[in-house]
Design a protein around this ligand. Sequence first.
Ligand SMILES: [Zn+2]
Length: 74
Amino acid sequence: MAEPKKRLTRTRSGNRQSHDSISASQLVTCSNCKSKILPHRICQNCGYYKGNKVIKDKEEKKEETKKKDELKDE
Ligand SMILES: [Zn+2]
């Protein structure tokens, strides 16, 4: 394996590592349920994005499949 030619000083390593820290992610509140969510993401709690329902509930999905089944039978 390749070896470094010279040992890095503590200063040199420290200067490099001074940019390694990560900051906490910025959170915004959901306009529908007021829970903390990542910006520009669908709320995982209520399924709303920009005031519109994007993710359907289990009950809504069931109703939709029922309708589809009814259409198939005809
Ligand atoms: Zn929400």
